[in-house]
Design a binder for this molecule. Structure first.
Ligand code: NAD
Ligand code: TYD
Length: 336
């Protein structure tokens, strides 16, 4: 099988490509990525000379290059997106272009090229915010609250329409918050690890009691692989590992793992429209496809902290230029 992976130079996409090529020795991957600030070919350096792997630089919102790259492809997994909520609050335009228009361009080309499977990697954030109890199921109505989640929900609707209108072989996955190796240090866990290692303040939004449901990236990649293999067209599969934690709890664990003082925690202005709580019910994928997560939060976090300790050069190289300009805009101070 030859799979087109879009956004494969980012966090989850690069982990997925590594997993997929190892798990399927007869398969090939084409990684199509625009290399925005979040895309980094260093994430896949060890595959540079792998004959089953090809990188093509391009934009999923550009019809011509998408139609070209989709030649001889059996399946598509769409990771390409603008993915950071805070950036979407500053300026949603790139989110609409890539996440909405880009998804439609991919769907159209996939239909023209008769691609036999299309997995849209979506997010639990399309369901909006939960009260103190309950969890999102695939039937929970969509109620996105940020420009990021609204753009992902719009993409999900286009995928739904492709199934109902053209019987396109499309499947949507909606996963909770990922963490693990190669996550860009603008997201909570890698940002807190990097700041703690540099003795910088750890900016916690609001009261630090917003709850996220964490999953190790490798477990998410295995879920996508199962969906690609055995998911039913037209279906949605929630993916999560039932690790709900308030942000403050995660930040304290990181500090304790690194033996750094809690005095580094700094409460900052809350994110506008900040979703209070996410929790995913992943019964459907567990029952139907036999997937289940393998990493406990304790083990996954420990491994992740160790990875950022071992790969300091990776994240230090990122924390320059555009990153510093973004950091200043978001937090009103320098990251370095
Ligand atoms: P990321 O920001 O790390 O990576 C996104 C990748 O997409 C980058 O390599 C970037 O260069 C590429 N890209 C951006 N615009 C593009 C365009 N127009 N054309 C081609 N490539 C483009 O994101 P991530 O955290 O790896 O997330 C991947 C996907 O998973 C996204 O669709 C996101 O919505 C979804 N998701 C993420 C999480 C999470 O916790 N990170 C959870 C659930 C779902
Ligand atoms: P994030 O990693 O941006 O993921 P998402 O917003 O998609 O869930 O944020 C995770 C949680 O951490 C969210 O509740 C916002 C919070 N947060 C902070 O408190 N401080 C920060 O500097 C960042 C980036 C996030």
């Amino acid at each position: 099988m030859r799979v087109l992976v879009t956004g494969g130079a980012g966090f989850i996409g690069s982990n997925f490509i590594r997993h997929f090529l190892t798990a399927h020795p007869d398969s090939e991957v084409v990684n199509f990525d625009l290399l925005t600030y979040a895309g980094n070919l260093e994430n896949l350096r060890e595959l540079e000379h792998e004959p089953r792997y090809e990188f093509v630089k391009g934009d999923i919102a550009d019809d011509k290059s998408v139609t070209n790259v989709m030649r001889d492809v059996d399946a598509v997994v769409n990771f390409a997106a603008e993915s950071h909520v805070d950036r979407s609050i500053h300026d949603p335009r790139a989110f609409i272009r890539t996440n909405v228009l880009g998804t439609q361009v991919l769907l159209t080309a996939a239909r023209e090229r008769d691609v036999s499977r299309f997995v849209q990697v979506s997010t639990d954030e399309v369901y909006g915010s939960l009260g103190p109890t309950g969890a999102f199921t695939e039937e929970t109505p969509l109620a996105p609250n940020s420009p990021y989640s609204a753009s992902k929900a719009a993409a999900d609707m286009l995928v739904r329409a492709a199934f109902h209108t053209y019987r396109a072989p499309v499947i949507v996955t909606r996963c909770s918050n990922n963490y693990g190796p190669f996550q860009f240090p603008e997201k909570l866990i890698p940002l807190m690890i990097a700041n703690a290692l540099e003795g910088k303040p750890l900016p916690v939004y609001g009261d630090g009691m917003n709850v996220r449901d964490w999953i190790y990236v490798g477990d998410h990649c295995e879920a996508i692989d199962r969906v690609l293999e055995a998911g039913r067209p037209g279906e949605i599969y929630n993916v999560g590992a039932s690790n709900e934690r308030p942000n403050l709890d995660i930040v304290r664990r990181i500090l304790s793992e690194l033996k750094k003082p809690e005095s580094l925690i700094t409460y900052v202005k809350d994110r506008p429209g900040h979703d209070r709580r996410y929790a995913i019910d992943s019964t459907k994928i567990q029952r139907e496809l036999g997937w289940k997560p393998k990493h406990s939060l304790d083990d996954g976090l420990r491994e992740t902290v160790q990875w950022y300790l071992d790969r300091r050069a990776w994240w230090e190289r990122i924390r320059t230029g555009e990153y510093l300009a973004y950091y200043k805009k978001q937090y009103g101070s320098d990251a370095t």
